[in-house]
Design a protein around this ligand. Structure first.
Ligand code: DC
Length: 220
């Protein structure tokens, strides 16, 4: 295992499994950078919609990905910059959540973002969360976690998060969107969502955030 300051922790799993909440706290406790790779895919979906591109137009969306600068700031606020615009809030809306799985299935988009993610990984110790971090982005990561929870619990968590942020959306709608996204993320051809062969699967159903964090910190 690498020294603490250059440790790489990969956290993958489906939407609503608790990845970002857990990854952020683990990064703080171990003094590592937190890299939210889902936010990068969301930023590309945001830019494509803003430019009036059709999300189904693979070539246009891939070209947008090649020419867009996505920067994650590593302060506690975790600001996401897309060509100099602060898109932190804008990328969390249901419209982007619906479009992002299509965007994330395009090889041209993934190539560009994986390159940026590896660059982030080479800058020092990181906790990186996503869908293909342990299997593809950082295959040499010291610790690979696959977080999961029952679909019901994941949908409830995501709905609570959105409601808390003032978004008017029903649990049924969140459940439907999530099922569709899970299917697209696990069935796509390039880097589908799956646990790494040498990863540790953690079912978070019924566990508190603190319990999950403690398990991962103990591994580190
Ligand atoms: O974690 P999230 O819900 O913000 O991710 C948004 C989308 O991006 C999700 O549909 C899966 C995709 N994604 C991916 O394909 N690979 C990653 N490393 C991270 C996210």
């Amino acid at each position: 295992m690498r020294q603490r300051e250059s440790l790489q922790i990969a956290i993958d799993g489906p939407a609503g499994a608790g990845k970002s909440t857990v990854a952020k706290i683990v990064a703080q406790r171990l003094n590592l950078f937190y890299v939210d790779t889902g936010a990068m895919y969301r930023a590309i979906a945001y830019k494509a919609l803003k430019n009036g591109a059709s999300i189904e137009d693979e070539l246009s969306v891939s070209q947008i990905a090649q020419s867009t600068e996505v920067v994650l700031d590593h302060s506690d606020e975790g600001i996401v910059w897309c060509d100099g615009e602060n898109v932190t809030e804008a990328i969390r809306c249901p419209e982007i959540s619906r479009a992002v799985s299509t965007v994330a299935a395009y090889p041209g988009v993934r190539e560009r973002l994986v390159e940026l993610q590896r660059l982030e990984g080479s800058r020092g110790g990181v906790v990186m969360d996503g869908r293909d971090i342990g299997t593809h982005v950082l295959p040499e990561a010291d610790i690979k976690i696959f977080l999961t929870a029952t679909p019901e619990e994941r949908a409830k968590r995501r709905w609570a998060e959105l409601s808390h942020a003032g978004k008017d959306i029903s649990l049924e709608e969140v459940t439907r969107d999530m099922q569709r996204r899970d299917r697209m993320d696990t069935e796509r051809e390039v880097s589908p969502l799956k646990p790494a062969r040498d990863g540790i699967v953690l079912d978070t159903t019924g566990l508190s955030v603190e319990e999950i964090v403690a398990k991962i910190v103990a591994l580190a």
